[in-house]
Design a protein around this ligand. Structure first.
Ligand code: PRP
Length: 184
């Protein structure tokens, strides 16, 4: 835990505990960056950030890549302001560029039920990329409702409501540098 992590924890009574510290996240992001750089050493992949939650991880991960790559953004919404998935996935903003024939890496903050990714894989595969893989920082294994392949996973986490490092509660708390658990 860093001094910053500790300060946030002390200032906000709604944060129960730190699940993954900012230092642990940064170490793991660097490792993932190295692995991804090896896999994509002979191509120029497109790293697609799934807004809004994926944006913090995406911004850190891309700076850990040693290969040339492009970035794009896709905005989807499946949760309606609360803490439970409705299973409804809406595209709010589509990709800016074509992915046909390209190597695409989807960058997610968390895979929970898997419904969002299942849907995204379906619609993006229909555009015929050369490859479509997923890198998620968090994998909530016990919440899975559908089986989706995850090529890169930062951390497996328990079935708790987590916030920070891009993840929100009612659109807030995305700025926290760690993954925290809300008071129940
Ligand atoms: C979160 C997360 C994933 C999705 C995962 O997004 O970023 O996209 O939920 O859940 P699932 O596996 O149950 O489908 P959310 O809809 O909360 O939007 P946000 O990223 O804008 O906060």
């Amino acid at each position: 835990m860093t001094f910053d992590d500790q300060e946030h924890l002390e200032r906000d009574p709604l944060i129960d505990q730190i699940l993954i510290s900012s230092a642990e996240i940064q170490r793991r992001v660097a490792e993932l960056g190295r692995e991804i750089s090896v896999e994509y050493r002979e191509t120029v992949p497109i790293l697609v950030s799934i807004l809004k939650g994926g944006v913090v991880f995406h911004a850190d991960l891309m700076r850990r890549l040693s290969v040339l790559h492009e970035i794009d953004f896709l905005s989807v919404s499946s949760y309606e302001g609360g803490t439970q998935s409705t299973g409804v996935v809406k595209i709010l903003k589509d990709l800016g560029n074509s992915i046909t024939g390209r190597d695409v890496l989807l960058v997610e903050d968390i895979v929970d039920t898997g419904l969002t990714l299942q849907y995204l894989r379906e619609i993006l595969n229909a555009r015929h990329p050369n490859s479509l893989k997923v890198c998620t920082l968090l994998n909530k294994v016990d919440a899975r409702q559908v089986d989706v392949p995850l090529e890169y996973v930062g951390f497996d986490i328990p079935n708790e409501f987590v916030i920070g490092y891009g993840l929100d509660y009612d659109e807030k708390y995305r700025h926290l540098p760690f993954i925290g658990v809300m008071k129940g």
